[in-house]
Design a protein. Structure first.
Lengths: 257, 410
């Protein structure tokens, strides 16, 4: 669909990505030359020991931290040279973030939290409210719309964070240990929602410590000491694209019915 | 090389959204916000009250001048080259009345050497410093006063031993109303003394304060009972109410009153002096303005302080907003708006307090309440500018925070 010199269907591509943190006198290379491609609609899990650079990689890929070296291509376009503000504008439409500690704004209601990305992207308050109502209904938290986040359980908070990340229908969802702070029941809840989003065509890049959680992904990338040690598909790559779409539609119909 | 739909341009937060966002920070920390806005409120209140009080008392005086008219001119005794008092010729009032544009002429003549007492028993040294003047029959209206008690002199009482007291004279002699048969004792020098019956008391005269301390008697009575020589000493002239006419008459009065020695005549326009006085009242009380400025400075520091703390406390929020797609400019705008909103709220309270103080003071002094637009507009504008200045540095710091640093620092 894109006319690239080297044809590239990847939604996200990193080439020789390096992230070096300077702290005090010395410097730490948290990411040391990562090459990664994530196709549209793929669900990729990133695993690895603590300190191996998983979060750093996610932050650099989403533009929260500038890369020290290397290339980032998002939707076929170079993104590594963008200014912080250009990255912010890019994130509005194309990158959603979910964090381990939910990071909901405690001074706003659940509804306001979910509306925020749409408002930042320039939607009218009316459009933002409509989208928020859809999302909260989809994720089953409509009843808590006017509550402050602190009144919600961890699982509910993470569902709200997920709704917020999906508010602008981003091309790419980056999730950093989304279940890392949840008990098993809530973990299952959130995973079910992630899977459903994935079934709806959502591209997901998720960091996790939990092998069971990683098992839901199409692909597991193992990071060790800032480098990719292993990159393996969990299920046959020949999943039928068309079939998945139908399943997705079926799922949503089932929900709204 | 690629055809990717363009990224939407940085959407600007609409002012209403910005105000809503900014007010969140304030609503969730009410007490602290209120305390830091207090300094701004005090400063603005002081400035508004100073400007309001000055404007109110100025307006009161200008209103009075308006009511009394600006067409009164007075002609008085001057000085000879030797330094002695130069008396007006007896014909002066009549001559002045002939000037075109003059609508009324009244005059008084100082009766020298006579003192006023409540009774012959009062020791002669207690004169109260009152003067005795012969006065014409239409004086009060022309000189800008009216009768408060009793009645003024008329054709009959002007020939009789009857007197009208100026407001101060009545107070000093201890009269506050006229009862039948009330009288005062006039005596002095070779002249033995004479009872004068009180006919009336005048209201205070803004234009001719010399009448307040005067005891007025008729010209014939003064000549008959007090040995008065009949020379007018002060002539009160009203002109047509066109300022141009007043100015022209003003220029001609000296020569008309004393054609032989125009230089020995004093001509003045009481309203002009009062207008100058009104301008002086409109001038500002620099001490209070200075205090207001200091309070504003303290308020600015308070706002800057709360904003610095707010940025520290809300690092997580800032990081999150950046992650969700807020640009640095939007983060800066949010904190700047918060500082301005805080400061503006303080300013609005200050304007209200300053206006209330002005109203209370003006009411107590029977003046109309005037809050000049400069005062409240300037107060609010100052609040906005202060908020923007105080919020600038914290806002820039907030925008500089790295999104991840802001997210993970708890
Ligand atoms: N802001 C920073 N400044 C300096 N060093 C950092 C910074 N952030 C991370 N690091 C370092 O980079 C390395 C990778 O950190 P990162 O947080 O990416 O690991 P991780 O794989 O996410 O670990 P965990 O599983 O514990 O979350 C670590 O050695 C860490 O100390
Ligand atoms: Mg991590």
């Amino acid at each position: 669909m894109r006319q690239d010199p080297e044809p590239c269907t990847a939604l996200l591509r990193a080439r020789g990505l390096v992230k070096e943190y300077k702290s005090g006198g010395g410097s730490v290379e948290a990411v040391r030359g990562v090459d990664l491609e994530v196709g549209a609609g793929e669900f990729v899990a990133i695993m690895g020991p603590s300190g191996s650079g998983k979060s750093t990689l996610l932050h650099v890929l989403g533009g929260l931290e500038p890369a020290t070296r290397g290339e980032i291509w998002l939707r076929g376009k170079r993104a590594d040279g963008l200014s912080p503000s250009a990255w912010a504008v890019l994130r509005r439409r194309h990158v959603g973030f979910v964090f381990q500690f939910f990071n909901l704004l405690s001074t706003m209601t659940v509804a306001d939290n979910v509306e925020l990305p749409a408002l930042l992207a320039g939607a009218t308050p009316k459009q933002a409210r409509k989208r928020r109502e859809e999302l909260l209904a989809e994720l089953g938290i409509t009843a808590k719309a006017d509550a402050p986040p602190s009144r919600l359980s961890g699982g509910e908070q993470q569902r709200v964070a997920l709704a917020r990340a999906l508010a602008n229908e981003p091309s790419l969802l980056l999730a950093d240990e989304p279940t890392g702070n949840l008990d098993s029941a809530n973990t299952n809840d959130v995973l079910r929602l992630l899977r459903r989003a994935h079934a709806g065509g959502q591209t997901i890049l998720m960091v996790t410590h939990d092998a069971k959680v990683a098992g839901l992904a199409d692909r597991v990338v193992n990071l060790f000491d800032g480098m990719i040690a292993d990159d393996a598909r969990v299920v046959p790559a020949q999943r039928l694209k068309g079939q998945r779409r139908e399943t997705a539609i079926g799922n949503f119909l089932e929900l709204s019915g | 090389m690629t055809t990717v739909p363009p990224v939407p341009a940085a959407a600007r937060l609409r002012p209403a959204d910005l105000a809503g966002l900014a007010s969140i920070g304030l609503r969730t920390r009410r007490l602290r916000a209120a305390l830091s806005a207090l300094g701004i409120a005090l400063g603005v209140a002081a400035i508004v009250a100073v400007l309001g009080l000055a404007a109110s008392s100025q307006a009161a005086l200008l209103n009075e001048i308006q009511a009394l008219g600006t067409n009164l001119l007075t002609v008085g005794n001057g000085q000879t080259f030797g330094g002695a008092t130069a008396e007006l010729p007896p014909a002066a009032p009549g001559m002045i009345a002939r000037l075109p544009g003059v609508t009324a002429v009244q005059d008084t003549g100082a009766v020298g050497g006579i003192n006023v007492y409540k009774s012959p028993l009062v020791p002669p040294v207690e004169t109260n410093g009152l003067s005795v003047d012969a006065a014409t029959l239409g004086l009060p209206a022309v000189a800008g006063t009216s009768v408060a008690q009793g009645g003024y002199l008329n054709a009959a009482t002007a020939r009789a031993p009857a007197a009208v007291l100026g407001a101060t004279a009545a107070r000093l002699l201890g009269f506050d109303r006229i009862r039948p048969g009330t009288r005062i004792w006039l005596s002095g020098g070779s002249f033995g003394g004479q009872w004068f019956y009180l006919s009336g008391i005048l209201r205070p005269d803004t234009y001719a304060p010399e009448l307040d301390a005067a005891v007025l008697v008729g010209f014939p009575a003064a000549q008959r009972y007090l040995g008065f020589d009949g020379h007018p000493s002060q002539v009160y002239v009203r002109t047509a109410s066109d300022p141009a006419v007043t100015a022209r008459v003003d220029g001609l009065l000296a020569a008309q009153a004393n054609p032989e020695n125009p230089g020995q005549v004093t001509v003045s326009q009481p309203s002009a002096a009062l207008t100058a006085q009104a301008d002086a009242k409109g001038a500002l009380d620099t001490l209070f303005l200075g205090l207001g400025a200091v309070a504003l400075l303290v308020g600015a520091i308070g706002v800057a302080n709360i904003m610095v703390i707010s940025v520290l406390e809300r690092r997580q929020e800032i990081g999150l907003r950046r992650a969700l797609g807020a640009t640095r400019g939007q983060v800066r705008g949010q904190f700047l708006a918060e500082a301005v909103l805080l400061s503006l709220a303080g300013g609005a309270c200050g304007v209200a307090a300053g206006a209330t103080a002005t109203a209370a003071y003006a009411r107590a002094h029977g003046e109309a309440v005037v809050i000049p637009p400069d005062a409240w507009g300037g107060g609010l504008a100052a609040a906005v500018v202060i908020g923007a200045l105080a919020g600038l540095l914290p806002a820039i710091r907030a925008a500089r925070l790295s999104p991840t640093r802001a997210l993970w620092s708890i």
